[in-house]
Design a protein around this ligand. Structure first.
Ligand code: RIB
Length: 287
């Protein structure tokens, strides 16, 4: 198939990252960290992942009228994501994520949402059609509800970070993507629709369900773990591209798992997102 057209409705952040020996406990000060800043945000990460993995991608998001906006959008722009529907918000700053990453690659993230919190139905209106629409939960529910109305072959929601959702919206999704914590948060409500549910299990791999029944399972690929930030987003972008291309479900899960494995081997959310040729080479080696 030609490049699938993907629309991502979601957040764009600037990630301020401290790489430290261990994650702080409440009240603890950890010194000696190394600082870096990268473009991030679950929406932007998934848009860039989908782009690098073969999609023709457009991003719908809000940033502030500030210097952080250009930094947050830099890699999307460089890699050819369509940014024509990005709105510069007069009243709120670009979203910022404060991230700690320890020497085992585990992380803690606090997001100051800023302009992401003002994304709404008017920003989404008139978008589409697309082969896939991909959303996450770092923007208001009203924007996601509007995204569900975009004409598309695959309406996907990554339920991260978990927040209460109307059951009918969960049922409308063709694809829900959750990690273990999010799966616990939503419980049986995940499986009431007829669509796919992808559940990532960290070191135990990932499972794909259709209408509540397991259709595919992947163990995790053993790779050196440097930084897990953005790995879940890579999985989401990859799965959306693969399914939008018409890849068989098991093959799509394998493609997404391979892409996510490569994403943990480098620092930073967006700088670690792999290109398609790298994922294909990695998987060919595992065949
Ligand atoms: O999923 C990782 C992302 O979560 C980071 O890039 C950060 O911006 C937060 O949104």
């Amino acid at each position: 198939m030609s490049q699938p057209k993907i629309i991502t409705v979601g957040s764009a952040n600037l990630d301020l990252v401290a790489a430290c020996e261990h994650l702080p406990a409440p009240g603890e000060t950890v010194t000696g960290a190394r600082f870096a800043q990268y473009p991030g945000g679950k929406g932007a990460n998934q848009a860039l992942a989908a782009r690098r993995l073969g999609g023709e991608v457009a991003m719908i998001a809000r940033v502030g009228k500030d210097a952080n906006a250009a930094a947050a959008l830099a890699l999307l722009k460089e890699d050819g994501v369509d940014l024509s529907r990005i709105v510069e918000d007069d009243g709120a700053p670009t979203g910022v994520a404060l991230i700690f990453v320890d020497k085992a690659g585990e992380n803690m993230i606090v997001v100051a949402s800023g302009a992401n919190g003002a994304l709404g139905p008017a920003d989404v209106a008139g978008a589409g059609p697309a082969d896939a629409v991909l959303c996450q939960l770092e923007v208001p529910l009203s924007a996601i509800e509007a995204a569900a109305d975009i004409e598309s072959g695959l309406f996907a929601i990554n339920l991260a970070p978990a927040m209460p959702m109307p059951t009918d919206l969960l049922e409308r999704a063709d694809l829900l993507i959750v990690n273990e914590g999010e799966a616990e948060f939503y419980g049986d409500a995940l499986y009431r629709g007829e669509g796919l549910v992808a559940k990532t299990l960290g070191r135990d791999g990932a499972i794909l369900y259709r209408a509540g029944k397991e259709v595919a399972r992947m163990p995790v690929y053993a790779v050196p773990v440097i930084d897990t930030v953005g790995a879940g987003d890579t999985f989401c972008g990859a799965l959306a591209v693969a399914l939008a291309e018409g890849m068989e479900e098991g093959a799509a899960l394998r493609f997404a798992s391979g892409a996510a494995a490569l994403a943990v081997t480098k620092e930073g959310a967006q700088p670690s997102l792999p290109w398609r040729k790298d994922v294909e080479a990695f998987l060919a080696d595992k065949a």
